[in-house]
Design a binder for this molecule. Sequence first.
Ligand code: MN
Length: 287
Amino acid sequence: MNRMANDRSALEIYPGLATSDGAGVRLTRYIGSPQLDHLDPFLLLDFFQSDNPDDYIAGFPSHPHRGFETVTYLLAGRVRHEDSAGHAGVIETGGIQWMSAGRGIVHSEMPEQEAGRLAGFQLWVNLPAAKKMAAPRYQEFSSSEIPVESRAHGVEIRVIAGDTSFGTQGPVRDVSTHPIYLDIALPPGQSFCEPVPPDYAAFVFVIDGPLQICGRTAKEDMLTAARQLATLGPGDRVHLVAENSPARCLLICGQPLKEPIARYGPFVMNTREEVLQAAHDFQSGKF
Ligand code: MN
């Protein structure tokens, strides 16, 4: 393999924490947990996957957000969303919703199905202080609107956000933390290499594995299994190799904000006073 001295090694591997949220949706939390509180600018990552409607049918009824962005990416199933300003729609298999809550929205996220598989991710991306009170904004793309980059030997990359070194541009644009959000599929034994800015926080979530994360030296190579999250250390390139079975993973990177984080449930601001103000504004119907 073409190992390079600046390949980002896996720092830590996280198995995630089984929990439930909303009105009783079973999910696994990888970021925003006691093991990994945040990975600036990422505040939370949940993965959900079930064929049993009892695990998801209760959904996420009406709830607020302020000060950050929620990103929903569905691998299977359909989710209906509806907010207090009248914005509504359905996210379908392979679709993405990048919602910047800004100064505040109240919305619901409910399964648009009563049977079958529901699977996907919700990622929370922080906003800089200057954008926390901006107007809410949505970017929504269906599966067919997300470009698929085909590389040699059958490697395929769905480019959701960011530009790849091969020139594919993700449809999600103008996000403060300039994220890269890729869904990468590797045939057995094949590899994926991609430069990423050295100052970006980066992680890999393995959907189907195992997957090898190649480090600066052979000794630093780390084998990850399905449903594990690996945070990546310093370097300016990500290098992944599938083992003897097909592998699929998300590679997500973003520019750290390096600002104080004051967090209370669905409100993420810079100071405790701002969080209390958010709770007060929500309770007095100002969202
Ligand atoms: Mn929400």
